[in-house]
Design a protein around this ligand. Sequence first.
Ligand SMILES: NC(=O)c1ccc[n+]([C@@H]2O[C@H](COP(=O)([O-])OP(=O)(O)OC[C@H]3O[C@@H](n4cnc5c(N)ncnc54)[C@H](OP(=O)(O)O)[C@@H]3O)[C@@H](O)[C@H]2O)c1
Length: 248
Amino acid sequence: MGALAGKVAVITGGNSGIGLATAKRFVEEGAYVFITARRQAELDKALSLIGENVTAITGDLSKLDDIDVIAAAVKAEKGVVDIIVSNAGFTEQAALEAITPEHFDKTFNLMARAPVFLVQKLLPLMHRGGSIILVSSAMHIMGIPNHTAYAAAKAATRSYARTWAAEFKGRGIRVNTLSPGVTDTPILDSQSELAGRDEVVKMYLDMIPIGRLAEAVEIANAAVFLGSEQSSYVTGADLMADGGVGQV
Ligand SMILES: NC(=O)c1ccc[n+]([C@@H]2O[C@H](COP(=O)([O-])OP(=O)(O)OC[C@H]3O[C@@H](n4cnc5c(N)ncnc54)[C@H](OP(=O)(O)O)[C@@H]3O)[C@@H](O)[C@H]2O)c1
């Protein structure tokens, strides 16, 4: 029997990179997954890649109405959620002098505000044994130039895990952050907007003790651990699957 047999999961950003790999691994482990994202064509591709036990919901998480639509769809189809993986994200680099209110708000709306309302709206469907996984980043404990808003938004999610782990005391719902290191996904193309992709990858490779980028499935495996009973005594924690980049 799979580690997630019978579980229902909602995975935001489930049509690409870490979210897609997580959806695939969750289904392999016996879960039913709802994947959400904005791009319909990429959602359709993800549906056929995952193959079974998956529903796609289209929505922009920076819009509260779209989060309502996601919660309503999950309620109507399954009525419960056991695992939330708040994963959708993007990077847009900016030196402090170049930060605009639009850049700041866009970053915080998706990566600091949306997780709060996503969890708030799905929480009524979650019961004892629930697991909330907030995808943060090793960058939340690092100082990498040009990531003022991104790193701070990721630090906010790490803070939510502590607060909600305490707030849900006795309710049997665990909350953790999962902090990937540099992972080979399409997000690296946007990481490379201020320098070429090769240059950016080389800069990171010089910093990573394991000596390579992560594959998305390696982060997905950490999500399986946090979503399953294998992590039954883990809450309020930050699981850093970062090849050591944030540890040395
Ligand atoms: N890859 C890394 O090196 C790395 C390292 C640390 C942390 N992370 C974090 O891991 C998470 C996943 O990133 P990834 O590397 O898998 O990147 P990715 O392949 O670019 O995936 C990003 C996902 O977020 C979705 N998304 C973006 N904006 C959205 C919005 N406004 N509303 C709804 N969905 C939205 C995208 O789908 P649509 O565009 O279709 O909406 C896509 O599914 C992010 O939170 C990222 O910050 C990544």
